[in-house]
Design a protein around this ligand. Sequence first.
Ligand code: ME8
Length: 516
Amino acid sequence: MGEPFYITTAISYPNGRPHIGHAYEAIAADAIARFQRQAGRDVRFQTGTDEHGLKMVQTARDKGMDVRALADEMSSYFKAMCDDLRISYDRFIRTTDADHHRASQAIWQAMADAGDLYLDRYEGWYSVRDEAFYDEKELVDGEGGVKLSPQGTPVTWTAEETWFFRLSRYQQPLLDLYAANPDFIRPESRRNEVMRFVEGGLSDLSVSRTSFDWGVPVPSSAGHVMYVWVDALTNYLTGAGYPDGDMPYWPADLHLIGKDIVRFHAVYWPAFLMSAKIALPKTVFGHGFLLHRGEKMSKSLGNVVDPGDLARAFGVDGLRYFLLREVSFGQDGSYSAEAIVTRVNAELANAFGNLAQRTLSFIAKNLGGALPEAGRSEDADGQLIEEVVVACAGLKTAFDDLMLSQGIESWLRGVYACNQYIDAQAPWSLRKTDPERMHAVLRTLVRAIRMLAIVVLPVVPEGAGRILDLLGVEDRDHDAIDDDGWYQRHVDAGFVLAAPTAAFPRLEMPAAEPEP
Ligand code: ME8
């Protein structure tokens, strides 16, 4: 096993059903996890649901449901979404899990032992939607003079006795951390935002609540439950085995989250960990938001679509490919049915799917499925392989640096090079005139398709997996890409190709866009 690589998504609030933003984050994390597994890392991938807090209590009350029943039901939809989208998580954590309560109480105790917790009275603004406290100076005026959080959500005045965490103590240690580790917060724009915020000064943070009891009980403090973000952030440690054992996957390599919750992950979380004397995660990456036709998704606009419906309409691979290819990772992106259909048909179905389909069915039909022997090679063959090697290396370098769309662009350059090659070499016309040359061309194409299918597996695991299954390719790690001997060994082993079915079917424009 290689070096550990621990990657997490945010854990979602199960106060409603999952939406495309949740699907996007899970898909991006999954592509990175699959990529790192191929690179030989010992990957641990965690996702899940964040089930405590006032938002859950209020939603359950509005629905006339028991809060635990609401959490159970909605959490199951998030898990089903992950399974539908082929998210290869190792653990789907629920913050109501017993080991998570233990971990949360252990980190609380460690912060208390460090002298960082004290009891006082909290008076200030709270947004239930964001589950966040805000300073008066951060608020903005909404319609009719109502006060709104900087995220545009309603705030209410709260006053209660709570435990406080001495966040103010960590201003300088946090600034030192950002300065010493430029990759701690990515991308750069988010890093700058966080640095400005911390430079502005940090107030101590209220970290317990007494007005409701749906949370992790504070150790030795009857009537207090932890502020939901304290327990939510601790999920990453729970999944790593805290507080028992040697925690081989900690510190986390990557917390992948949306831009709206960077402050919690890049300010509060490292401060809690420093206080508890636990190693800090290496990178917090705040991805952008997904918009529908350029507009924010919201229940009131009626444009919140179930990701399961999108996957049924466009295929799991189609949806995954579109999201990772279209959105420059870290920035906001927009989707629509036309954009998905256009992109998937042009790049996945035509450029790559059709290349594989034409090549493999030609071999199945005309050579009885036997992979051609060497034939008579020409310079163009070596050139194509070289271009494909460069394209695959480009994807690897980009994915390693979380530049997902750029990685796919590099892969596409390899795919387009194959298309130009097949058009220029026209193996179909060589069949009668020059079979020796045709053999060399087909052989080159099979080698190129194998490499391109392996490297794109993290993005489109089903279709690329189907092509590799057809070709009888078992070894799918990065090492296999550069295995020049594969083809000949495979031929020598007498492999016979079956007639292929399309790995990436063309999409039809749906008569109506999947409805909310
Ligand atoms: O914030 N586009 O949960 P959540 C892209 N429980 N990403 C989006 C999005 C959109 N339109 N809308 C939301 C929470 N997200 C907390 C996290 S972690 C210890 C606790 C992202 O269900 C959002 O940024 O509101 C977050 O990363 C994730 O979906 C879950 O959001």
